[in-house]
Design a binder for this molecule. Structure first.
Ligand code: NAD
Length: 443
């Protein structure tokens, strides 16, 4: 099949690459010329495990192309994916200006005799497919009423394992009532569900809501566990034990029960906020979502009172080593990363920070410049630091060389926002160690 993907970010690039991997001809289009130039010359623009290999192979075999021209991209495509940003607007609702802008451009380009399916892959509020359809028709210069369908096909990939998630999705959700579009979408996705995972067809609105419901539910789970962790700290319980105790109940499940310093990234924060806003627009107060957002805001700074307390409220002139900048491991995405909030707090209190992250540093350098310093490796940043703070659970931080940490730090103190270390072991090693929802280990 011939496919166009509009928007070549985390979702668009994975979508385009994975569809080319199953033999389709794919053209990805982006307004960012610099990005398109890099991609066209074989340079990948995001860090996503396993993506580069597929990207290079399909590009070499002539199935994956990049352009800045929407007209060129959609000319021969039967299927047009919109993988555009839907950032929060000022009121928290999803800003549809990118989606509707492209929809309006498409209206001018679509031809009556040339049926195409336009697919919202971006996370968009209920009713967006209808808005896209209206925007396309509003700018059309010919009668294209019967020559296109707009389908909702939300994306559930997780950054860090996006290729696997895309190639073997738990489910594919397709929102459309058009039989023609259903057939095309089904043919397109069949190679991805060979193990029997379902393609679930539904109406557009239900598909749009499914994506928000999924992300919001996961955010609820995270904030719930973070509140249990708060109780553990106050009551002297151990959140690891409670997690195991409840996670073995099949109704609850083991996943997404790890407490930490809150969720970040480009999806959960904006999607929970957007669903809360959509709810209020239909005069429904979705109370759990307000609580989830409130808990998460506080949780991002959960380590700060511990740090302040340890240093008697005076962080001026203190120097901190920070491991982890990306919002989660295995991605270079730093959007809404808790580490950024911690950096702000520390710097505002007069402290200095030296950070290391395996993939996130270039993006942080662009954002923060020399507000902090950066290390070549995880141990470089420890020199002369008064404490180590861990903000992201990258695998390489899990079993570090503790002796090296000890000999480099001024004080043997670790504040761990991701509960990486065993309390017994860390006690034997002689660290002062504070984590989330577990007992404080003192020297
Ligand atoms: N990142 C994720 O893990 C994830 C997962 C599922 C769903 N989503 C949703 O997918 C959508 C895209 O997310 P993302 O993380 O890929 O965003 P992104 O910011 O990484 O990428 C968006 C791309 O669109 C391009 N763009 C903007 N305007 C354009 C235009 N007019 N024409 C062509 N290209 C244009 C930008 O230059 C950018 O490259 C969002 O709605 C997001 O909520 C994201």
């Amino acid at each position: 099949m011939k496919i166009a993907v509009v928007g070549t970010g985390y979702v668009g690039l994975v979508t385009g690459t994975c569809f080319s991997e199953t033999g389709n001809q794919v053209i990805c289009v982006d307004i960012d010329k610099n990005k398109v130039d890099k991609l066209s010359s074989g340079q990948i623009t995001i860090y996503e495990p396993g993506l580069e290999k597929l990207f290079l192979r399909n590009q070499k075999e002539g199935r994956l192309h990049f352009t800045t021209s929407l007209e060129e991209a959609i000319k021969e495509a039967q299927i047009i994916f919109l993988a555009l940003p839907t950032p929060p607007g000022e009121d928290g609702s999803a800003d549809l200006k990118y989606i509707l802008g492209v929809a309006s451009d498409l209206g001018k380009l679509l031809k009556p005799a040339d049926y195409k399916v336009i697919i919202d892959k971006s996370t968009v509020p209920v009713g967006t497919a209808e808005k896209v359809r209206t925007a396309i028709l509003a700018s059309a210069t010919e009668d294209i009423n019967n020559s296109f369908d707009v389908v909702s096909n939300p994306e559930f990939l997780r950054e860090g394992v996006a290729v696997d998630d895309f190639m073997k999705p738990d489910r594919v959700v397709i929102g459309t009532e058009s039989e023609k579009a259903k057939k095309l979408m089904s043919d397109l996705y069949v190679p991805f569900v060979r193990q029997g995972n379902p393609i679930i067809f539904m109406d557009e609105k239900s598909a749009e809501l499914t994506k928000y419901a999924a992300n919001s539910f996961l955010a609820v789970k995270i904030s719930f566990m973070n509140e249990i962790a708060q109780l553990c700290e106050r009551m002297g319980a151990d959140v690891d034990m409670v997690r195991k105790g409840i996670g073995s109940d099949e109704r609850i499940g083991k996943r997404f029960l790890f407490p930490g310093i809150g969720y970040g990234g480009s999806c959960f924060p904006k999607d929970v906020q957007a669903l809360a806003k959509s709810s209020s627009e239909v005069e429904y107060e979705f109370k759990i979502l307000d609580a989830v957002m409130d808990v998460n805001e506080k949780q991002k700074l959960h380590l700060m009172p511990k740090i302040n307390n340890y240093f008697n409220g005076d962080l001026k002139g203190k120097h901190f080593a920070l491991w982890g900048l990306s919002f989660k491991p295995n991605t270079d995405d730093i959007r809404e990363a808790p580490a950024l909030y911690i950096i702000d707090e520390l710097v505002n209190a007069g402290a200095t920070v030296s950070a290391f992250d395996p993939e996130g540093m270039p993006n942080v350098k662009q954002l923060l410049g020399n507000k902090i310093t950066y290390g070549e490796g995880q141990y470089d940043v420890l020199e002369n630091a008064d404490a180590l703070i861990i903000a992201t659970e990258w695998n390489e931080f899990r079993t570090p060389e503790f002796e090296k940490i000890k000999s480099s730090l001024n004080n043997q103190v670790i504040f761990d926002g991701r509960n990486l270390f065993d309390l017994q072991q860390i006690k034997q090693l002689g660290f002062h160690y504070e984590s989330v929802g577990r007992k404080v280990v003192t020297q």
